[in-house]
Design a protein around this ligand. Structure first.
Ligand SMILES: Cc1ncc(COP(=O)(O)O)c(C=O)c1O
Length: 404
């Protein structure tokens, strides 16, 4: 039966029976594989082991179910979603496929994860464009400076695209995507959103936010595996793309020649759908894994997941501030995400030792840019927070070995 039915509940990690960390707070990096994900991979393997080539078409067709599930998570239509190898490939595909005019300006943000910078720089070299930076820090807090600077740059003219991450990977700052896209559109520009740190855990609606293009990899908040990602293209933008990265599966009726005589042609049009980006053989195991994890997210509902995660982080943030940590979580609720990042208190061990100490005590966190980053998802129970704080106290106290 596909997709398998699953029982999921907020705060219940019974789908992760072998996960060693007692508090897994690294979803902003890589999610652990649930038993659903493992089962999906196994199912594809079993099918290919049994059927060989006869497994190809059924799994190709099931990809529509995945597209539908991903589309629902972002408030889009299935036909506006394509599947690519990772977030970077999604960014690159759009960077190579926009109908650029020489001299066009791309606005990016200093402080962003490089996924949303490097491909724009490459496109700038190839198509004679200019990349300009604004500072991500200007968007934190209630000053409004970031939006003012963006507006001023757009008013000055020449900007074709604004590229932004929905959530900043190191600080967890949730960006004002809607305001940014409204400004971009008002000045004839478009908006690209790297949403890997948002989709799956935050309530996110591309239409309401005015996003033109979005990429999000599978292995963080979507809780799939590494090596696949979604690319969304707004319906009104598809026709404007140049399919510079098309392949044999990008054509209309791409597989008909495999099953009938006189069907082999090279002049079938490239599909004017987001899935023209699916250029060749796909990672079927990874896509099956992504479908079951996306369906679990839909079952729970992203508004409920988001509320759950905020509840968890409210408690954790308060506890860590009491212990002298400097929290980077915004005072403005709309700027909060599922990431809590902190600087360690005075007198704490260095970040490497601190993170290692937490890990020894059953707390898995990450440390981008020297910050302590904690990122729970739907399976994390609220009751876990006390355990995390106890582990923090022990590391701060310099305890040399974990409790038995
Ligand atoms: C904001 C952001 N974008 C992109 C990525 C990764 O991109 P990719 O899926 O291409 O590896 C990360 C983290 O790995 C990230 O935090």
């Amino acid at each position: 039966m596909w997709p398998p039915s699953a029982s999921v509940a907020l705060g219940d990690r019974s789908l992760f029976p072998t996960l060693s960390a007692r508090a897994y707070l690294a979803h902003s990096a890589i999610s652990p594989a649930s038993s659903l994900v493992q089962g999906a991979v196994q199912q594809v393997m079993d099918d290919y082991a049994r059927l060989g080539v006869e497994g190809f078409m059924p799994w190709l067709e099931r990809r529509e179910g995945l597209r539908e599930a991903l589309a629902k998570l972002i408030g889009a239509r299935a036909q506006d979603v394509g599947l690519v190898a990772n977030t970077t490939t999604g960014v690159s595909t759009i960077a190579l496929s926009l109908g650029w005019r020489p001299g066009d300006v791309i606005v990016v943000l200093r402080g962003e994860f490089p996924t949303n910078v490097t491909p724009w720089q490459r496109a700038a070299e190839l198509f004679d464009l200019r990349v300009e930076f604004l500072d991500v820090e200007d968007f934190a807090g209630s000053s409004g400076v970031g939006l003012e600077r963006l507006e001023a740059r757009l008013k000055a003219g020449g900007v074709r695209l604004v590229a932004v991450s929905a959530v900043q990977f190191q600080t967890g700052l949730r960006m004002p995507v809607q305001a940014m896209s409204a400004l971009a559109h008002a000045h004839g520009a478009e908006l690209f959103c790297d949403a890997i740190q948002a989709v799956g855990v935050l309530d996110f609606d591309v239409r309401a936010l005015g996003v033109d293009y979005l990429a999000a990899g599978s292995h963080k908040w979507l809780m799939g595996l590494e090596g696949c990602a979604m690319l969304y293209v707004a319906p009104e933008r598809v026709a404007g793309l140049r399919p510079n990265t098309a392949g044999w599966l990008s054509h209309e009726e791409p597989v008909s020649f495999l099953f009938a005589a006189d069907e082999l042609r090279y002049d079938r049009p490239i599909r004017q759908r987001a899935d023209f980006v699916e250029v060749g053989a796909a990672p079927t195991t990874l896509l099956a894994a992504l479908e079951v994890s996306a369906r679990a997210l839909l079952q729970l509902g992203t508004p409920a997941i988001e509320a759950h995660v905020h509840g968890y982080l409210d408690r954790l943030d308060a506890g860590l501030r009491e212990r002298g940590f400097h929290s980077l979580r915004s005072d403005v609720p709309e700027q909060r995400s599922a990431i809590l990042s902190l600087r360690l208190p005075e007198g704490a061990p260095g970040i490497d030792a601190f993170k290692a100490g937490l890990y020894e005590r059953g707390v898995s966190a990450t440390q981008p840019e020297g910050l302590l980053r904690m990122a729970p998802h739907w399976p994390n129970a609220l009751g876990e927070v006390e355990f995390v704080l106890e582990a923090v106290d022990e590391v701060l106290a310099g305890a040399s070995s974990p409790p038995k």
